[in-house]
Design a protein around this ligand. Structure first.
Ligand code: ZN
Length: 173
């Protein structure tokens, strides 16, 4: 089932999500629906708060970057960044931020601990694009969006643009 994706400035995107205590059928069904939603969008990542669930759960699939038919879904539950180093700046967009992208600074390399869908603890290192996607998605779990990490001038420009978009949407019902 494709789920509606919340859009900024929806306040639910600003909540700090709570840990997942048990991986039950409800979580597995949510992962299934979130995967369908992410591939349909399409996007390389989707965090539970983006579909209105305030739990620490993130889906990522960056394989599409190599080959548009390739899929490699990765599920991260209660993820933590254990270490970060270096810096990279790259263009980011977000399924919850309409019609906008901007350069964002992130760590080049991170060490992550998370639980997978089988309930196992995994630890791994990620760098470059994969590390960027993970940092972006994990931010969602703390109620943060990439537009919080851009220059105030760019953010002001986006807010102005968004006002117009919202006014147009209202007019068109
Ligand atoms: Zn996002």
């Amino acid at each position: 089932m494709i789920l509606p994706i919340l859009k900024y400035p929806d306040k639910r995107l600003r909540r700090v999500s709570r840990p997942v205590n048990e991986i039950d059928d409800r979580i597995r069904k949510l992962v299934e629906d979130m995967a369908e939603t992410m591939y349909d969008a399409p996007g390389v990542g989707l965090a539970a708060p983006q579909v209105g669930e305030d739990i620490r759960l993130v889906l990522v699939d960056v394989a599409v970057r190599e080959d548009e038919n390739k899929r490699d879904l990765q599920v991260f539950i209660n993820p933590e960044i254990l270490a970060a180093e270096g810096e990279q700046v790259g263009e980011e967009g977000c399924l919850s931020v309409r019609d906008f992208s901007a350069p964002v600074s992130r760590a080049m390399k991170i060490k992550v601990r998370a639980t997978n869908l089988e309930g196992e603890t995994v630890e791994f290192e990620a760098e470059e694009f994969f590390a960027r996607v993970l940092q972006h998605e994990f931010d969602h779990l703390d109620g943060k969006l990439f537009i919080d990490r851009i220059s105030p001038l760019r953010r002001a420009m986006y807010k102005k643009k968004l006002k117009k978009i919202l006014a147009r949407e209202k007019k068109n019902g």
